[in-house]
Design a protein around this ligand. Sequence first.
Ligand code: A3P
Length: 310
Amino acid sequence: VQTLPKEQGWAVSNLYLYQGFWCTAHFLKPLISFQRHFRAFDSDVIVATFPKCGTTWLKALVFSTLYRNQFARDDDNPLLSFTPHQLVRFLEHDLYLNNPCPDLENICAYKPRLFATHVPYASLPASIKDSNCKIVYLCRNPMDVFVSLWLFTDKLREENQEPLSLDEVLDKFCRGIYIHGPFFDQVLGYWKASREDPDKILFLKYEDLKEDIGSQLKHLAVFLGVPFTEEEDKQGVVEEIAEICSFEKLQELEVNKKGLFITGVPNKDFFRKGEVGDWRNYLTSAMVERLEKLIQEKLDNSGLTFKLSY
Ligand code: A3P
């Protein structure tokens, strides 16, 4: 850790630059264990995201789609009793946290194995890239990510950390200095990889899920190799999954209202507003202009665009 470049984050005093992204010292050890010891199976499914892009939602959607024939019907969906983060566990933030070689076989109650990560594509273990396992990546428009991340991480502020003004936080965001940042590097890493190998990486956008969850779920199911059958269509299975995974439904479940996530964050903090365009309620026109310039600069010639909902 001592040899890595160090910076002050916005809720965390010390961030270290490891393989091009910023991490806390606490997560370096589990991250390296994950990189060294994880062996992917061809059948594995990994959900990958940048924090605040809708990880919790994506976990619920992939879990419910992939395993829908392993529990009876909607009423038996384990999402009713467990949080999405308990059902689809993070590799570096959870499974490898206190154990360099966790028994992943017995940890996963359902098959195929399903895991989550916030690690950039370039830093994933080689066996994930070299095997036939599948990755579902979800991204979100940078303005909403910025606001969601700021509101979420401000609650995590260390006692000795003075709150920063929104302008100061924006400055750090633009320079990429926050946990897992820079956001654009991660998004573009998965974007490029998904274009090179669309059978391996499905690249989804939060705004598209919001706009038409039904067709996105069907697309997801085809990608995962478990397309919805005509019979399921008639029974309204897609609508059931969309409903049980919706912000409104998940937010009101008792299990998501109480208890803490592994990092000590209350589970309820993963459900704030769940909307597209909430950035308008927080950002000044100068901030919007700065972000627009940044987005243009970063995404230039990439072919990736975001609906910002003006
Ligand atoms: P907001 O802060 O904009 O409300 P993550 O799961 O990656 O931490 O992302 C959290 C963001 O996703 C929060 O955004 C949260 O409200 C939103 N979210 C959580 N569950 C959702 C769901 N089922 N549908 C849509 N958005 C959801």
